[in-house]
Design a protein around this ligand. Structure first.
Ligand code: SAH
Length: 296
């Protein structure tokens, strides 16, 4: 699909109707989404027929764009049920409806619990109440199996509300990607991201492939101006594949068990999401009956 066509197809994707400041909900514009997805698809061959995860899917512009550019299975993850509902509505707008799997997941909490990632940059690392016994003595499980895809795209929280959120997202993205991660970061953090990606997270390569000017509308009222310009880098990062399996039976068994754990984990999250949604619904006394927690 040509860029002009993609951009026009993305024009009607609804954005956050009630953006949540603490989750840094800023939707990518159709123009920027087109720029990144076209680059990923045409320059690097990372979209067409590839499985794609959109980390922090929000209302879905990147996931939808990936699907329109010919991606195979697309999975959208977000911690916010309202965003997933809006994303589902956006998917239903297309004819035929676009197939994107949506799962409620707290990416930051997962990386904090299940990885050896050190959240030293974060303000929130001192309340670790992890009581798992399957850890290496430091409270972190090493055997968690992450959802996997060829390509991960993410416009993460930039870490202005929750310090370290940008890097936590990047760490999770690198766990999930087999081939490439496309991640947006403030240009002012370029040196830092380069170091984190290559030194701390062990990337094979990390390059800025596009530079963008982001006009952040004053949707929260805490900026003095109506629109604040933020310079943003789009990174293409190749992770090292730490999960290569070599036919070793024990490893295969662990892998299968991890898959089962993951399924149970997702089920649990969906259940609690449904409960929250029901509560929300009855409190709003609304007659909206859409079901969005997860679908294929
Ligand atoms: N991908 C969308 C939204 C980007 S805004 C777009 O490009 O338009 C960042 C998204 O990350 C929001 O949808 C927000 O809800 C989500 N997010 C923030 N913290 C998260 C967390 N801990 N786990 C998962 N998603 C999170």
């Amino acid at each position: 699909m040509k860029p002009k066509r993609l951009e026009s197809e993305l024009q009607d994707v609804g954005t956050f109707s009630h953006p949540k400041q603490n989750l840094e909900q800023y939707a990518t514009t159709p123009a920027l989404a087109t720029k990144v997805l076209h680059l990923a698809a045409v320059e690097f061959g990372d979209i067409e027929d590839k499985s794609v995860i959109d980390l922090g899917v929000g209302t879905g512009v990147l996931a939808i764009g990936a699907k329109l550019m010919g991606a195979g299975h697309v999975l959208g993850l977000d911690v916010d049920m309202d965003a997933l509902s809006e994303c589902k509505e956006n998917l239903e707008m297309y004819e035929p409806e676009l197939e994107v799997e949506l799962v409620l997941m707290d990416v930051i909490e997962l990386i904090r619990r299940y990885d050896d990632y050190d959240e030293q940059e974060s303000d929130e690392s001192d309340d670790d109440d992890d009581d798992d016994d399957n850890n290496n003595g430091d409270g972190k499980r090493k055997d968690y199996v992450w959802p996997k895809a060829d390509t991960v795209v993410t416009n993460p929280p930039f870490g202005t509300r929750r310090k370290g959120a940008d890097v936590a997202f990047l760490a999770a993205a690198m766990k999930m990607a087999d081939t490439a991660v496309y991640s947006f970061h403030k240009t002012s953090t370029r040196e830092y991201i380069q170091k984190v990606a290559t030194k701390k997270l062990g990337a094979k390569s990390a390059k800025v492939v596009a530079e963008m000017k982001y006009g952040l509308k004053n949707q929260y009222g805490h900026h003095r101006k109506d629109e604040v310009e933020v310079f943003v880098d789009v990174w293409r990062i190749e992770p090292t594949c730490k999960m290569k399996r070599d036919g070793n039976n024990d490893e295969d068994e662990i892998f299968e068990q991890n898959l089962r754990d993951l399924a149970a984990n997702i089920e649990e999250l969906q259940l609690s999401a449904r409960e929250r949604k029901d509560k929300h619904r009855s409190s709003k006394n609304s007659n909206n009956t859409s079901n969005t927690s997860n679908r294929r």
